[in-house]
Design a protein around this ligand. Structure first.
Ligand SMILES: [Zn+2]
Length: 448
């Protein structure tokens, strides 16, 4: 047998071990994982000597293509950034426009026309009035449904129950933006109306950790009561981590994600970067950062995602005068893996095996893409990233592919960087250069 592509000479990382082995891919699928000389001949040979081979990274929470906001990012620009950063699957989440069956069909077409990397979708924002849509959405291969417990897409707790119930009938997962609306409304009223604050810290001060804790507490109760799988989006706090850890111990079907920004920045960075670090939920304290790393290391937090939601410089700059007017979101898809390699693995906070678990395997498992994606196994898609663990890079917007042209990590030195990204046996990016054409990316149906 001759393979199409063989990657050899590197160290292959799985969630369990680091082994010396190479990977052979034929017709898009992994056909052999073996040490030389057990690998077949191939049309293309990639030498990974001294490098590390990991499965393609899955960004399970990113806002890439909202038809009304393509001036910020679209499938082409967002997927190029993904490819250069070692992300081989984007799970696009609704940003502002509601994403139900018709929109999903249109987005699949658009993605297959313009995306460089593979992709899947979350539906939403879910409201009780869309309950009837759930089976049709699931039959399209979208089994993840996003809802908010607070503004601007707030669903009340009865509504949350009804959605979780319907979603579990299709064996789907309900992804929740978990901040308690009662707590948030009270604090926003206090900071915004009573104190009349507009300074850069006002938004952060209006969204306390307690709001996240309260929402997660209620969501765990709902999951316990109804048995439906609830996934906590962008968890940021110690209190959330403690609650999820305890719920998992009790066998409740809850999973959680966090993002690099919550693992790197704290409230103090806002004094420097102001509205550029406005996001919801907001950054937290040093203590929360420590809890999140601990939660990742011990399996409480299942995955790291980006919540990539860039705004333009103009949409950020207005926040210096009035923080409430600034867009709340940051770009992140291209720096996801570099930040986790540098801050996580190279600083000894997580092992390389854990990195593969939280960036590849768990996102695939939770969102029904496993074992096609998220793992290096015979029969899986040939999606892999060759990483140079020693490579030093100073992050600059100029080396990244975002439409908005800025990054909150500007000037940060990282150690460890993806060199080559391979999707279904094709090298799609090499040292930041995009080698695949828009339209190479394929929709991947969720099969959970
Ligand atoms: Zn988001």
């Amino acid at each position: 047998m001759e393979a199409d592509l063989v990657v050899k000479g590197g160290k292959l990382v799985t969630p369990k071990e680091v082994i010396e082995a190479g990977v052979a891919v034929k017709d898009g699928k992994i056909v052999k994982i073996a040490k030389e000389p057990g690998l077949p001949e191939a049309g293309e040979v990639v030498k990974a000597d001294g490098k590390v081979i990991i499965p393609g990274v899955i960004d399970a929470h990113c806002h890439i293509h909202d038809p009304d906001y393509t001036y910020r990012e679209d499938f082409e620009s967002g997927s190029k950034a993904a490819a250069a950063g070692g992300v081989t699957v984007l799970i696009d989440m609704p940003l502002v426009l509601t994403v139900l069956s018709d929109m999903i069909k249109r987005k699949i077409e658009e993605g297959e026309r313009t995306s460089v990397v593979d992709f899947s979708f979350h539906a939403g924002m879910m409201k009780p009035e869309y309950l009837g849509e759930i089976p049709a959405i699931a039959s399209l291969g979208v089994k993840s449904f996003k809802l908010f417990t607070t503004q601007p897409f707030k669903v009340d707790w009865e509504g949350v129950r009804s959605i979780v119930g319907e979603v579990s009938k299709v064996n789907g997962v309900t992804v929740v933006h978990a901040e308690d609306d009662e707590v948030i409304s009270e604090w926003v009223r206090r900071v915004k109306e009573e104190e009349g604050r507009k300074d850069v810290l006002a938004h952060f001060d209006s969204r306390p950790a307690e709001a996240e804790g309260e929402a997660i507490r209620k969501l765990i109760e709902i999951s316990e009561e109804m048995g439906g799988h609830i996934h906590i989006a962008h968890m940021t706090t110690t209190v959330g981590t403690v609650l999820v850890r305890d719920a998992k111990r009790r066998g409740i079907s809850v999973t959680a994600e966090t993002c690099p920004q919550y693992l790197v920045f704290t409230r103090r960075d806002i004094e420097r970067l102001g509205p550029y670090l406005k996001m919801t939920p907001p950054l937290r304290t040093r203590d929360d950062v420590i809890s999140l790393w601990k939660g990742l290391a011990d399996g409480t937090i299942d995955m790291v995602v980006t919540d990539h939601a860039p705004g333009t410089r103009e949409e950020k700059e207005v926040g210096w005068k009035d923080i409430w007017k600034a867009w709340g979101g940051i770009p992140g898809v291209e720096t996801l893996l570099p930040i986790m390699l540098s801050e996580g693995v190279n600083k000894g906070r997580i092992t390389p095996m854990k990195l593969v678990e939280v960036m590849c395997q768990r996102p695939a498992e939770v969102f029904g893409l496993y074992p096609r994606k998220g793992t290096l196994k015979e029969g899986s898609d040939g999606d892999l990233v060759i990483v140079d663990m020693k490579k030093e890079v100073t992050i600059r917007a100029g080396i990244l592919h975002y439409k908005v042209g800025w990054t909150p990590y500007e000037g940060m030195k990282v150690v460890g960087y993806p060199e080559e990204t391979i999707i279904r046996g094709k090298v799609v990016a090499e040292d930041g250069e995009i080698l695949a054409k828009p339209g190479y990316g394929r929709f991947v149906a969720m099969t959970r």
